[in-house]
Design a protein around this ligand. Sequence first.
Ligand code: OXD
Ligand code: MN
Length: 611
Amino acid sequence: MDSKSREKLKALNNPQVIKIVEKYVKLCKPAKVTVLTDSDEDIGYLRQGALREGEEAELAMEGHTIHFDGYDDQARDKEHTCVMLPKGKGMSKAISAVDKETGLKEVLGLMDGIMRGKEMLVCFFSLGPRDSEFTIPALQITDSLYVAHSETILYRPGYDEFKRCGDKFFHFIHSAGELTERQTSKNIDKRRVYMDLEDERVFTINNQYAGNSVGLKKLALRLGISKAHREDWLCEHMLVMGAKRKGRTTYFTGAFPSGCGKTSTAMIPGQSIVGDDIAYLRAGKDGRCYAANVEQGIFGIIQDVNPVDDPLINQTLTSPREVIFSNVLIKEGRPYWLGMKKELPDSGMNHWGSWKKGQKDDSGKEILPCHKNARYTIRLQELDNIDPDWDSGVPISGIIYGGRDSETNPPVIETFSWPHGVFNGAALESETTAQTIGKEGQLKHDPMANIDFLVIPLGVYINNHLKFGERLDKEPKIFATNYFLKENGKFMNEKVDKKVWLMWMEGRVHDEFEAIETPIGLIPKYEDIKQLFKEIFKREYTKEDYEKQFSIRVEKLLARLDRIEAIYKAEKDVPELFHEHIEQQRQRLSAAQKEHGKSVISPFLFQIEKT
Ligand code: OXD
Ligand code: MN
């Protein structure tokens, strides 16, 4: 460590930071240790370093760089991401866990000497707005210049927070491990992401894909869930946005599984974005729910970003500014991706290496020009639609739960109450996507779109949501959306239609639309939706469209309830209220089926809600 770095550490006057740094220098044995502050010079050092060492390369457009992860390191590795459980502690079936003693021994063993010949970077960030009730300082130690560079884009600088936080901070130790000549992680078989909730730290090694490596993202989300549980607030996989109608801004949060429309909801044209991925929710002194974006940037899926479907992001990614592209196709210094609505070149550099159309991988599978989980990394500040209050907690009026569901739920419903809304979120099912390793298109239970990140038992997590509502004087309304309903294999809605559902939800918050009461919740009236389609898109929305999309599919809904019930029956500590909601929903559905003598019931057969 040079004298400059030493000074920077000393100036923090934080013995716990020094202790941690010393510990991992000793264990990981880097050739050099560099400490970074929030200065432009230090931030520039990381970007320049990533280019110099080949973890990134410059592209033709100013400020744009490309980073590749290894061919087998393109998504979150659920299997090797584990909570280290102290003896005697239990965990839900869906959450991978390893005995703490065994896990620590294994991972610390793998970390011995893992940074040999490399530079260790010591960086300081703030999760959530700085110097606020939301702030969680985070110390990142990594040997990847790309990881550290990404974090300077995605997270608020936090060096000064460490002068006042004492030992209350999260810490993350990452190593990409040995690298190939392409600067990608070599020892994928030894990839591990191990979380220690008691000491609020995560070890992650032999990986580079940001969902595994960038400590402050999905790893901090997990530590946050555990901390929120202890302190009675909520840490959620949620966007935060301002919906704009009639000259007012109404804030919503929304939880959607990865790759299911979260970023595009936060980016609906004409609205404002606070955050697109992770939010902290707290009860304010005034009895309202406040949400803050944990991040200051977007690590977004690039597939299908094009001038029609995502005009704002498209414009941002095709003009000069700081952008890291990852795992796209590069030809003559230009990035190409799936769904960009441009013809892709037949060859170039991609996540495989030097690629040509028709190229097969070692297992004989044809390699796409660009990975489906290819990404871009940008600062929110680069967006014209950033909300003026993005850097503080905003009051939330609505919460949206949305899954990828081709055959069951209608495009939008309002739940009956906070507990009914929690029940809905807890029953969320969604088809799997390319954002985690494994098969796509499998229906999976994903409560609050947070199952991949839960580190507390499911029943406890659901109960925390119920209790949170009780602490509020004015709970947000809870809605459920489904953008992915299909008929004969074709989507029933256009991607942009989500704006209509949002405007309806906004209107409901302000008591401006009547709603129809169905067994599963309140749905819009045909006339209101027709009017919104006309106003927003000048498009005709027919009675047939409405009837197909908003029919109540009783049999499918009952089958879903059975699946959900079976999952929660196997869990401990599930609140009784949750089971009551399952039973009530079942009875309402069965009664409607009997009354109408059909298993698919037209929305026109239900009545307007009595107020
Ligand atoms: C993400 C994810 O990157 O959830 O946000 O995978
Ligand atoms: Mn996410």
